[in-house]
Design a protein around this ligand. Structure first.
Ligand code: SF4
Ligand code: SF4
Length: 168
């Protein structure tokens, strides 16, 4: 039976790894869980599970939603059983310039920088937690004066309650 299992069509997803920004749009909209982005250490992978894919023939699927035109969907005409899991794309995570935690794939940051043309490239150098912390510190210092976030107990309390105080 070509590309079918028990009368059900099989689908193949391919991704151009050079174009894919690991933005997670396709995996977030995949209704079956066939596409998932998984983190292993400091590497992010876009993983496809052919057994779960139903092709999205009656709705907008991953191919239409891909932000970079990197993903293609086609009927799988092969007579071979596909692997249970296929890694479609992967990329190392860039570490946050402040806390050192892996926070975003380098390719996603490059795609964001392209879209932000001319805007501050350092804005994405920190993880979301550290960006929020920097904003909270600025807010506290504007209210209580320079250095107040480390000196004033009440300012530290404001940051701690907001979940931004790590004792930095
Ligand atoms: S075609 Fe639909 S079910 Fe299949 S991977 Fe894409 S979004 Fe998921
Ligand atoms: S295939 Fe497209 S939508 Fe999916 S992670 Fe890559 S760039 Fe984003």
């Amino acid at each position: 039976m070509h590309g079918e299992s028990a009368g059900v069509a099989r689908w193949r997803i391919t991704v151009d790894g050079e174009k894919c920004a690991l933005c997670e749009v396709c995996s977030r909209h995949c209704p079956s869980g066939a596409l998932r982005v998984e983190q292993g250490g400091a590497v992010l992978r876009l993983v496809f599970r052919p057994g779960l894919c139903h092709g999205c023939v009656d709705r907008e699927g991953c191919e239409i939603r891909c932000t970079e035109g990197a993903l293609a969907r086609a009927r799988d005409e092969s007579t071979e059983e596909p692997a249970a899991e296929i890694v479609l794309s992967q990329c190392e995570l860039v570490r946050c310039a402040r806390c050192g935690e892996p926070h975003a794939p380098a390719r996603k940051l490059r795609a964001v920088a392209r879209r932000r043309r001319g805007k501050d490239p350092a804005a994405t150098a920190r993880c979301p937690h550290c960006r929020r912390t920097a904003l909270a510190i600025r807010f506290v210092e504007e209210k209580h004066g320079p250095g107040s976030h480390t000196q004033s107990r009440s300012a530290r309390e404001i940051l701690r309650r907001a979940g931004h105080w790590r004792g930095a």
